[in-house]
Design a protein around this ligand. Structure first.
Ligand code: BEZ
Length: 396
């Protein structure tokens, strides 16, 4: 031992450092070659099933346009059908994070389910991208560095609608929706814009999610005779509401408006009943740009389906993840690097380029759209570069 002098010690230390550095380099290289584990927690059954499928399709399209890899790394998907069922949300999110060990959790559609996911990703610090659910709190009071959204807040598309109604001289309105987070927050957003513009709410009418027996609500609307009806419905329920509204004889008598989810992805199921309906949303089929036209063509070719707002949001979720991974050269374990790049990303979206707010929600144009045949045609911009107020977010 005594013969082991300072020179030997330094030599052995250097050898040890060199060998542990090569272990670190090797394991980093290995980590960079392993597949990135992407959890998809989406509804694949129930009234929002089509929305979940469109989001996944959009995500996969962006991936295939990049040769099936982000920053040189292949992607492995782990899927859970969340059934739009809030009570199962924490268990489903934990299954992806703890059992499947996903690097990033992408989901979901339903705001109530989203609240359950938020609890889990805030506790675990899992990188999270929301490709639809508008729950205001996700980028409001519950905002966090690891939580990003590529869609909207429930407030965002509904707020500009109030001013539009008043410009048409529609001074009184009834709002009808499912009674859960998204409907209630869309109503709040609409009410804020409408009352600011001088409009008067006549009544707020609710029914349980995902109920589609609308007869009682339509009878009440007919007897109240407001200047306009505004609603939040989406997916299969939206198609049924549009058909029932026309069948009840209200179409043409009391104009119907809504956040654009009302008419997105449902026009094959509504027939003529949707013709002429006007809505506000951050996307429109008819956005006539090279970017949107190329996206629509590629989506239609790949999936034999027309894309909608949900497909765009899924596509953009993939673009956002790719932006993060490009910046850290595929090393998704570099969370601060990923977050910094995702915060700074400018997403070249089919909806038009958008950037992230400080609360991690898109700052985006809200379009005014009108149903013409099978298309949501863009007729104007309801509000340019609208940022959600992100009330209660501590990252502002
Ligand atoms: C939501 O629950 O946040 C939601 C669902 C469908 C369309 C838009 C929002």
């Amino acid at each position: 031992m005594n013969r082991f002098n300072r020179r030997d010690f330094l030599k052995s230390g250097a050898a040890l450092a060199a060998s542990s550095a090569s272990v670190v380099t090797a394991s980093l290289a290995q980590a960079q070659q392993a597949k990135i584990r992407v959890g998809l927690m989406l509804p694949y059954t129930g009234t929002y099933a089509q929305l979940g499928v469109a989001i996944e399709n959009g995500f996969r399209l962006a991936l295939s346009e990049r040769g099936g890899k982000f920053a040189g790394r292949e992607i492995e998907f782990f899927k859970v059908d969340d059934e739009s069922e809030p009570s199962k949300a924490p268990e489903n999110a934990n299954r992806l994070i703890l059992r499947d060990k996903v690097d990033v959790l992408v989901g979901t559609v339903h705001s109530g389910v989203q609240m359950g996911i938020l609890k889990v990703v805030r506790e675990t610090g899992t990188l999270h991208i929301i490709p639809n659910a508008g729950a205001d709190d996700a980028t409001g009071a519950l905002c966090a560095p690891n939580i990003f959204r590529t869609s909207f807040t429930n407030w965002q598309p509904s707020y500009p609608l109030g001013k539009i109604l008043m410009e048409r001289g529609l001074k009184s309105a009834v709002f009808v929706t499912w009674k859960y987070g998204a409907g209630e927050e869309a109503l709040r957003g609409f009410k804020e814009g409408y009352s600011k513009a001088g409009g008067k709410m006549v009544k707020e009418i609710f029914l349980p999610f995902p109920n589609v027996e609308f007869q009682a609500q339509l009878t009440e609307i007919a007897s109240l005779k407001p200047d306009a009806v505004v609603c939040f419905f989406a997916g299969g329920g939206a198609a049924k509401f549009i058909r029932d509204y026309a069948a009840a004889g209200l179409k043409g008598k009391i104009p119907l408006f809504g956040a654009g989810f009302l008419t997105d992805g449902v026009l094959d199921a509504t027939g003529d009943a949707a013709e002429g309906l006007e809505t506000t949303l951050h996307y429109g089929d008819g956005i006539d740009t090279k970017r949107n036209n190329a996206f629509r063509l590629a989506y239609a070719k790949t999936f034999k389906l027309q894309p909608d707002v949900y497909a765009v949001q899924g596509y953009d979720a993939a673009l956002l993840l790719a932006a993060g991974l490009d910046a850290v050269k595929g090393n998704i374990a570099d969370k601060p690097g990923m977050i910094k790049a995702m915060e700074a990303a400018k997403i070249d979206s089919p909806r038009g380029a958008w950037t992230m707010s400080k609360a991690h929600n898109p700052i985006q144009d809200i379009y005014l759209r009108k149903v013409v045949g099978k298309e949501n045609k863009v007729t104007g911009i309801a509000q340019k570069a609208l940022a959600d107020p992100a009330r209660g977010c501590k990252m502002l």
